[in-house]
Design a protein around this ligand. Structure first.
Ligand code: FES
Length: 75
């Protein structure tokens, strides 16, 4: 899961209430509650590129960074 991967790869998980606020739309790219910031650039670069849909939703995410992703779309 993303949570396990986050522990393995030192990913900082963004969110009001840790993971409990994440995944409101259950991975259908209709929210941005699963926004994560990948702190490890090497790991970020290994991920598949975000789709246009993911990028559109990321634009709405709070605190967007260069290495932001939607957690439901990776791992
Ligand atoms: Fe909603 Fe990822 S769970 S976009």
């Amino acid at each position: 899961s993303m949570l396990e991967a986050a522990h393995e790869h030192d990913i900082e998980l963004e969110g009001k209430d840790e993971m409990s606020s994440s995944g409101a739309c259950e991975g259908s790219l209709a929210c941005s509650t699963c926004h994560v910031i990948v702190m490890d650039v090497d790991y970020y670069n290994k991920l598949e590129d975000p789709t246009d849909e993911e990028n559109d939703m990321l634009d709405l995410a709070f605190g967007l960074t260069e290495t932001s992703r939607l957690g439901c779309q990776v791992i």
